[in-house]
Ligand binder design. Structure first.
Ligand SMILES: *[C@@H]1O[C@H](CO)[C@@H](O)[C@H](O)[C@H]1NC(C)=O
Ligand SMILES: *[C@@H]1O[C@H](CO)[C@@H](O)[C@H](O)[C@H]1NC(C)=O
Length: 510
């Protein structure tokens, strides 16, 4: 077309010069000009797909219908799994909430952004996430996925749990989101009434969990009975408004399910065979289905990529209220597979339905993959730990990664290269025992032995060779690692969110 355009242009000029301009040629010229610009403008939407991330909280690999749970019913998420490609060896960037979310939104290991505590002994090692009295945050120098998309014309919104700091202008509106409706941290870090979290015990020093709209607390404590419905409605209005504005959008829905204390609204309460955990899962599943159906109905699905995952493994030390890691060992807070291996589904234009990817994948890859799909270049001034999935999704290639490094806070605990995983340090997630170093490391073939039940005999030459390869990779990785300043080591009780100090931080309506 470029060629034709230029050809007719000169043709037209030639006739002009010869004073033989005919209305027919003028018509042809305008016609090709029109077609040319029409084609150019039609190319824009295909370069600017929409993105949706559904992120569950503390939900285990084994807690879904599609991963084999017998009594938790997740028909909508199972449907997503069937419509798209599943990632069976997907890792989170950290086994607890705050650093995991930092990895997802920045494409970088949380050690780089400082989302770790420098304490690794009990009880201070429990401050591995942001608390109501934390003064740190995801540093403003980090580049987030919504921030980059917004710079390229996207509308960006978040619904649900942030957990990357709240003090000193660090809520989502200051990290790339146009809109945010949700809670700043986990709802157990507060005292919503009726959920076995009393507001006024001697140990309990948290203010009630607030609900924010943007930078403003609109309710404290948050009404959990209506929270999911309101998040769902807001997500749908956001999609509607963005498409009416003709803008591509990025929507991040970070559910509080199924973090303890468990809750479900009256429509779901008592409905599941798996008790309150199953009720909470059904409510989340219903919300995912409602938002997904809206994308289908409004014709946006053909230009939208949808990613579903959970922030980390299940909190099984919560007993009956904790989820299931399926056949994986360990739980939230640990670098055993049960803490780090998470469910992963990607649905979108040209992504194979019923697809399965078994390559080593990471939630940090979502940052790189989405930018790649949007045609936006990656930041070049900093290391990015994610890699793009486009090879494996569209070209039957592989995910370009050989090794993956598993951290707890700033400690590199384990490394996986190919099928093998070496544990250099292990530590239980929620207990008083200090970290235990292993020399030589404990080695498993994770593909043959996903449950980490049969340690390999590292005196055998073949495994010594493998350990040597993993050691070298760890050494290379660590020699280039620059840790950010810890954001989880500083506290001040005065920074707890409070809508009205005079009224004990309680504000309606509910
Ligand atoms: C607020 O954040 C900025 C940017 O990170 C930092 O320079 C400043 O010291 C912080 N202020 C306080 C009071 O923590
Ligand atoms: C989007 O919002 C407009 C205006 O609020 C409304 O009239 C329309 O029905 C909505 N569209 C859909 C598909 O819900």
């Amino acid at each position: 077309l470029n060629f034709l355009f230029i050809f007719f242009y000169f043709f037209y000029l030639f006739f002009c010069l010869c004073e033989l301009m005919s209305s027919f040629l003028l018509f042809l010229y305008s016609f090709f000009l029109f077609v040319y610009f029409e084609v150019v403008s039609l190319q824009i939407p295909s370069n600017t797909p929409n993105f949706v991330i559904f992120f569950a909280d503390d939900v285990g690999y084994g807690d879904f219908g599609f991963t084999g749970h017998p009594t938790i019913l997740t028909p909508n998420i199972d449907y997503l799994a069937a419509q798209g490609t599943r990632f069976t060896q997907l890792y989170t960037s950290a086994p607890v909430c705050s650093p995991s979310r930092a990895g997802l939104l920045t494409g970088r290991l949380p050690i780089r952004s400082g989302i770790y505590t420098s304490h690794n002994s009990y009880p201070y090692d429990q401050f591995r996430v942001f608390y109501p009295f934390s003064t740190g945050s995801l540093p403003p120098s980090e580049i987030t996925l919504p921030q980059l998309l917004k710079e390229h014309g996207y509308s960006t919104a978040m619904m649900g749990k942030w957990h990357l700091g709240h003090y000193n202008n660090s809520l989502p509106l200051h990290r790339g989101f146009d809109e945010w409706f949700g809670i700043p941290y986990s709802h157990d870090e507060g005292c919503p009434p009726g959920y076995q979290m009393p507001c006024e015990t001697s140990q309990h020093i948290y203010t009630p969990t607030p609900l924010y709209d943007g930078d403003t607390i609109i309710q404290q404590p948050v009404n959990l009975d209506t929270l999911i419905q309101r998040m769902t409605d807001r997500a749908i209005s956001f999609i509607n408004e963005s498409s009416l504005d003709g803008k591509p959008f990025f929507l991040y829905v970070a559910y509080p399910e199924a973090h303890v204390p468990l809750f479900a609204s009256s429509a779901f309460l008592g409905q599941s065979l798996r008790g309150l955990y199953g009720d909470a899962m059904s409510e989340m599943d219903n919300s995912v289905g409602t938002i997904y159906s809206y994308l289908v109905q409004s014709g946006l699905l053909s230009s939208t990529y949808v990613f579903f995952s959970s922030d980390n493994g299940p909190w099984t030390s919560m007993g009956i209220d904790g989820g299931s890691a399926g056949l994986f060992r360990g739980q939230k807070g640990e670098t055993w597979e049960g803490g780090m291996r998470v469910p992963g589904i990607l649905v979108g234009p040209s992504v194979s339905p019923f697809g399965i990817v078994t390559d080593i994948a990471s939630q940090m890859d979502v940052f790189v993959t989405f930018l790649d799909l949007a045609g936006i270049s990656l930041p070049t001034d900093r290391p990015i730990d994610g890699v793009s999935w486009t090879n494996v999704l569209f070209q039957s290639g592989r995910i370009p990664r050989h090794c993956y490094f598993l951290y707890r806070d700033s400690l590199l605990m384990a490394a996986r290269c190919g099928a093998y995983k070496a544990h250099y340090i292990t530590q239980c997630g929620y207990c008083e025992n200090p970290p235990v170093s292993h020399s030589p490391p404990i080695l498993y073939n994770i593909q043959v032995d996903p449950s980490e039940s049969f340690p390999l005999n590292t005196t055998e030459p073949q495994y010594q060779t493998i350990l040597h390869i993993i050691d070298e990779a760890v050494h290379e990785h660590q020699s280039g690692m620059e840790a950010g300043i810890s954001q989880l080591d500083s506290y001040d009780l005065k920074v707890e969110p409070c809508c009205d100090l005079a009224d004990r931080c309680v504000c309606g309506p509910w």
